[in-house]
Design a protein around this ligand. Structure first.
Ligand code: GTS
Length: 215
């Protein structure tokens, strides 16, 4: 298998963490795609992923899987038990719901802030920016952090009492928040202490050392 990725990117980090959790890293060849040079918007790359985003998983028979959630579902089903995406029907539903919420309310919101209200990937790549929209998404992400803080005051992990794909999505949010220098509000104590716990996991610690060596 190949993973088209960018080593310091928050979304590719989600797949790298999932690969490490499933002990599958050695089965994968990583192919860097330079976002800053806009390599993800070339016709060759768009033929692999219509959305022009990373990461993309290429299977040995040439099938491409894009979207972190879809890739993680695939990897989780490939090896071991399906701990990352839920073992029971209810767990599976809750993990999907909380992963989508992590994206909408935090990670994707920070990404939109980055692409619209900061220089983003630079003027050669960012062909359309809407600063007002970007700033609204930053505020949405801050509200999302308070939401996840409230969730974590009642349970150990984002989707319940088991580490899952939803935790990985919020970790992606922390990585992006660090890149755009958006501090997690200090009053979000449950969220911050959850993140400290997450860093005890080798899969997460290893990624943070790559994307943000100061952690
Ligand atoms: N919904 C997609 C997913 O879950 O895979 C989003 C992927 C995404 O936005 N990836 C970023 C990207 O390709 C990579 S990174 O920001 O984490 O490095 N961004 C480039 C762009 O132009 O949006």
């Amino acid at each position: 298998m190949k993973v088209y990725d960018w080593p310091t990117g928050p979304y590719p980090a989600r797949v790298r963490i999932a690969l490490a959790e499933k002990n599958l890293q050695s089965d994968v060849e990583f192919v860097p795609v330079n976002l800053w040079k806009g390599e993800h918007k070339t016709p060759t790359f768009l033929a692999k992923n219509y959305s022009g985003t990373l990461p993309v998983l290429e299977l040995d028979d040439g099938i491409y899987l894009a979207e972190c959630t879809a890739i993680t579902v695939y990897l989780d089903a490939l090896a071991g038990d399906s701990a990352l995406t839920g073992r029971t029907p209810l767990e599976k539903g809750v993990v999907q719901m909380m992963t989508k919420r992590a994206e909408i309310e935090m990670l994707d919101a920070i990404s939109i802030y980055f692409h619209h209200a900061t220089p983003g990937l630079g003027s050669d790549v960012e062909l359309y920016q809407n600063r007002e929209w970007g700033l609204r998404q930053r505020d949405k992400a801050l509200r999302g952090m308070h939401y996840f803080n409230a969730v974590l005051r009642k349970q150990s992990f984002i989707a319940g009492e088991v580490f899952s794909m939803a935790d990985i999505a919020v970790i992606g949010g922390f990585i992006f928040a660090d890149i755009v220098e958006l501090p997690i509000p200090q009053e979000c104590r449950a969220l911050l202490s959850w993140f400290a716990r997450m860093q005890e996991r080798p899969s997460v610690r290893e990624q943070l050392e790559i994307v943000a060596p100061t952690h």
